[in-house]
Structure formats: structure tokens, C-alpha cells
Design a protein. Sequence first.
Length: 195
Amino acid sequence: MTQETLIPVKEFRATPVSWRPYVAPVELDTATPEQLEAMKVTPSNRKISYYTLTLAHDPEILTVRSPLFNDIMYHRGGLSRANRELAATETSVVNGCFYCASVHAARYIQLSKAPDDIEILFTRANSQQTDPQKRAIADAAHQLSQAIPTLHKHDVEALTAQNLSAEEVVDLIFSTALFGWANRLMHSLGQAVEN
């Protein structure tokens, strides 16, 4: 890795930021066959993120992590993709993960065309959310993202009162749990930095 000046990100925003590891990531030119397979490196796909290169130090875990992430965030049915991104953004805000918050806020805005929803999350003003379904989703993600996660009967009732099915509630729980884990992992392995 070349020496570069890194400026830590200190605020939430929906514009791109970068992430750099504290440890040296795996170098593609010296990666083992298991690491290359876990990263899905092919001759035409050699652009691998620092995060994935760092996770490749444990290829067995990375081999399981990537399909799990894709199954939770991209499967058909259940909670809409935009609402999964909304939950991922709120989770990242609660956990102080500037990198994940920027990525998922941008995806939410792209899918929903509702940048004001993200501004509400970034300013931690969910009580100002006028859409009751989005408010219930963000509130549940907030509760599930605490150091001691909780989701009470009245939280689930608030979601079902906004016409979320049991499958959608489960998707919300899964996406929030996934990002609670990912945020904490990213914090321990590196930091968000300016592009």
C-alpha cells in the first residue's frame, strides 16, 4: 500500500467517502488461491475494495459473508430495497459508521428519490419524519442498533400498523443485524476517510 495522507471523515453525508484499513490488506499479486476465490477475482474483475481485501485475510469467513450479505440485501420479496437501505443507514448512524452511512444513504436516495428522509436520519430527528411507515422502520432499526438491542411488541405493532408483513419485519431485523455487525467490524478494522 502506498503512503497517502488520510483525512478522517467526521460527519454523516450521502456523498461518497473512502475507507482505509488499519492493517495491510491482502495484495492481489500475492493472494492465495483461496483468497482470490473468496474475493471472486477474475482477469476482468480486479477492482476489489480495501474492505474486501482486508476481510480476505480470512478467506473462509469472506466466502460465507458475501453471499449472506447479498441474500439479505438483494433477495426478491419482503421489505423493499429502499427500506432495507433506510434501515441500513439508520443502523450506521446509530453506530457512527460514516462510510456505511454514506454508501447506504446514497443508495436509498437513488431508489426512493427522497433525500429529505436521509437528512432526518443524519440530524437524528426521526420524530420529524412525516411518513409513518418510514418512521416506524427507522425507529425499529434504531432500537435494534443499540449496544443492547431491543425490539418490543409495540415496536412490531407499529410496523404492522404500517402494513409491513411478517416477512418484511424479518427482513428489517436481518438487514439491521447485518449492518450492526458490519459497522462494528469496519470500526475495528479501519476508518472512513475523505476521497
